[in-house]
Design a binder for this molecule. Sequence first.
Ligand code: ADP
Length: 376
Amino acid sequence: MAEVRFENVTKYYGRNLAIDDLSFTGKEGEFFSILGPTGAGKSTILKMIAGIEPVTSGKIFFNDILVNNLPPHERNVSMAFETYNLYSHFSVYENIAFPLRAPKWKLNLSREEERKRVVEVASFLGIEELLDRRPQALSGGQKQRVSLARALIRKPQVYLLDEPIAHLDAKLKFLTQTLLKEFAVKYGITMIYVTHNFREALALSDRMMVLRKGKFDQIGTPEEIYYTPKVDFVGRLVGEPPMNMIDGELIKEDGKILFKAGEYFKITIKNELAKSAEKVARLEDNKLNVRLGIRCEDIKPGMQKLSENSFQLPVYAVVHEAESSVISFELENTFLHVRVGEDADFRRLKISDLLWLNFKQDRIFFYENTMKISKS
Ligand code: ADP
């Protein structure tokens, strides 16, 4: 297995900049995910690792070997892309066995050895009964699992998976995700995994990179990304509902620093936190503008006033989910979402009821405004 390292890699398609001076390392034996919205450059990264797309500038290393000039067949990677690329004139069995038969790997397996490996990976992914079919006779989800089986059958230097479970229904997605994780842990493989789904990235990764417009906003463990998003974009992309973002200003009152948004929303900010807020605040029209971020589970609602720092808002909407509910409140330019457990009294809430809200001070973050926030 190999480490994959990017050093100042840039990629243009014509005049369109897709990857912008990007450096990162997917470590040996690591499940490394790339998470980002459509067009961020995720697939381009995988294609450059595979050698299907050349880099415009910069270097790609497998361990310490520069691979820029190696053609795809000399890079020893295994891929599964969202579009399945199955051979329609081959059976499912032959599609999965294809990489084992490729002369370049010189595996020279006997028919029995080959069958054993194909059946093993097919039964692992729950598609053993499909082996005699042609791809045309498969559903989208079945094709996707065949494509995944074909990618997993060989042990390459690195696996490259691009949205490999996007077309599975929710139950199968969860099951396949669990299998993938099991596979990765069992064989200690290097995996570079592309997804636009934050839940997949959080569930599977040892570390993950959040990509936006060809650059990364943050690289870290799923815990770091979820609990300490470095920029507002990461907080919004990772989490459902997305991290609450409130645009406001820092003001001083009686020697204290307060965060104020609109007429009624005002909370005191502790000293250490105030320092981090001042660092990212921007002075405009004599106001110190800043964006406050807080996760929905870090706002505590109550029927009674909880502290000097609590404030009251009317309920805008309540959505009951399986084990919790999300209560939404309307602020001037955004919604504020608060998650509560089912044990609480909140099931009986009605629209416009007033609730007291208290922000956990150690879970408040301040950000520069790097993206437009809309009501969502
Ligand atoms: P993602 O996988 O994150 O959706 P891509 O890597 O596919 O992003 O695309 C990154 C950017 O490069 C996008 O702006 C996309 O339109 C552009 N792009 C991707 N492939 C090509 C191509 N073959 N020719 C021209 N532009 C491309």
